[in-house]
Design a protein around this ligand. Structure first.
Ligand code: S2G
Ligand code: ZN
Length: 493
């Protein structure tokens, strides 16, 4: 349904020669030089669900080169897709048509770290796992952790306002990012790599770029506040047989573990059945149940934390809301609990084509979206649990209960309009009716931009559009996505 907007010029030899004159030769990958194969990995997303036809990938090595590239594209009306680790899930990081890809992958240096304040300054192309290793060696940790840590990059994490597995304790990138360096489409460089925790001197401009998904400019450097690594980490894996129990366990965890709780994650039986099937991962759980919960605590004193944890476990045992419960014996087992949780989306992807939904919904009805979605797909006779011939194999639910953020992964034989039309816009209407928003952490990208009206008012969308017009008047930054021309209007303003 999308057509290439012909206001954007097409790539010419002259354009390519300009980029070759300012970038190292190997940092210009162009179809004119028979680099189709190399171009492919930049044109296709992690899930192989979205694919562009970019003829040119630029890998600038510094902010100045980003500025020159962007200014040239802006002056010559060449559309651009900024790309970092390309691990996004909503088609935000790959072209729709032949947009030029400007990748930050060649900018992957750590610039500075202050072990008093814990402020780390690094290039946007630094891989999250590398930053975690660097911080950990120095007794600190990155306040962001995700299953994709080995290939996602901090520039993309910031641009998609990633949430991840530490959010409950360490909060949002909107508070952990202290400063950014950003290049605007006109080549202007916003130098705001602040090291300061507190700053009340005017509008907080950097916040605009956190979660802007490359639609306003390119993040080139990040200043992030890193907390000290906890001296004591505990992890608990529980199973329970009702959503009511899950809520009781969450409430007690918040009451009894208060300042040391660092994660409260869940996955349901549908998700766990895929982890068993594809990854053969079950230990130490012995029997199937409805819900599985992973709780982690971070503290500074092992003895104190163990005492708090034991008090919490006694409380939930007395309430008889848990069927199985295991406290990790050591770091290795703690890691194995996390691998089980992080394997859920991987197992879903191994189960067929996955329709992924990432919703923030108030806790009391958070899980109802999975129940109602299964009911809808069963009524349409495309989902018959246990019947391998049904088009929809599985509707898995998992995510970050502590953040009110659920992931639904609907796995099918293949992507089809029939299944898409059964799910959308139903799932967005459902979310709006339950006072939720249609993206908790994965962003809008190409997948959800048109549905923004289900989560933000037209007044707010108009303001977003005005900000977009101010910073990217030629609309060359990541076009067709996030704030598309054609909004699918929501039920009522
Ligand atoms: C999670 C990871 C991304 C995905 O596991 O919390 O956000 O594939 C997801 O859903
Ligand atoms: Zn998540």
């Amino acid at each position: 349904y999308l057509k290439r907007d012909e206001k954007y010029n097409r790539l010419t030899e002259e354009h390519v020669n300009y980029f070759k004159s300012i970038l190292p030769k190997e940092n210009v990958i162009c179809s004119f030089d028979d680099s189709e194969k190399e171009l492919l990995k930049f044109n296709v997303d992690w899930m192989k669900k979205y694919r562009g036809q970019s003829q040119l990938v630029l890998l600038p090595t510094c902010t100045e080169e980003v500025s020159k590239c962007l200014k040239y594209c802006n002056d010559n009306k060449l559309a651009v897709v900024p790309q970092s680790g390309n691990s996004g899930l909503v088609g935000g990081s790959v072209p729709v048509f032949d947009e030029i890809i400007i990748s930050t992958k060649a900018m992957n240096k750590i610039i500075d770290f202050d072990d008093m304040s814990g402020v780390l300054i690094c290039n946007a192309g630094c891989v999250l796992a590398d930053l975690e290793a660097y911080a950990s060696e120095r007794g600190f940790m990155i306040p962001l952790d995700m299953g994709s840590k080995k290939y996602c990059c901090i520039g993309g994490n910031v641009s998609s306002n990633a949430g991840g597995l530490r959010y409950l304790r360490y909060g949002s990138l909107h508070s952990n990012v202290l400063g950014l360096e950003v290049v605007l489409p006109n080549g202007q460089i916003i130098e705001n790599l602040s090291r300061l925790r507190k700053d009340s001197t005017g509008y907080d401009i950097k916040q605009l770029f956190i979660g802007a998904e490359g639609t306003l400019g390119i993040v080139t450097n990040v200043a992030i506040s890193t907390p000290r690594k906890p001296k004591a980490i505990n992890a608990v894996l529980l199973s329970t047989n009702s959503w009511e129990n899950v809520q009781v366990i969450y409430k007690k965890a918040k009451e009894e573990l208060q300042e040391i709780i660092s994660a409260f994650e869940f996955f349901d039986e549908h998700a766990y059945s895929l982890v068993k099937k594809h990854m053969n991962m079950t230990a130490p759980l012995k029997q199937a149940n409805e819900f599985y919960i992973l709780i982690e605590t971070h503290g500074s004193n092992r003895e104190h934390d163990d005492a708090k944890l034991n008090a919490f476990l006694d409380t939930i045992k007395k309430l008889n809301v848990v069927q199985e419960g295991y406290v990790s014996k050591d770091d290795k087992q703690t890691r194995s609990f996390w691998v089980m949780r992080e394997s859920v989306p991987v197992a879903c992807s191994m189960n067929g084509a996955v329709f992924k939904y990432d919703l923030s919904i108030p806790m009391a009805t958070l899980y109802n979206v999975a129940v109602d979605m299964r009911k809808r797909l069963m009524e349409a006779n495309v989902y018959r649990p246990g019947d391998e011939t049904s088009e929809v194999f599985n509707v898995a639910a998992y995510g970050h209960i502590g953040d009110g953020n659920i992931h639904l992964n609907i796995s099918c034989k293949n992507y089809s309009k029939k299944i898409t039309d059964l799910i959308e816009p139903y799932i967005y209407e459902w979310t709006q009716e339950h006072n939720g928003v249609i993206s908790g952490e994965h962003g809008l990208g190409l997948m959800k931009g048109a549905y923004l009206g289900y989560s933000k008012s037209s007044v707010m969308i108009d303001i977003m559009q005005n900000i977009k017009n101010l910073l990217d008047p030629n609309n060359i930054m990541n076009p067709y996505k996030y704030l598309p021309k054609k909004m699918i209007t929501k039920l009522s303003d």
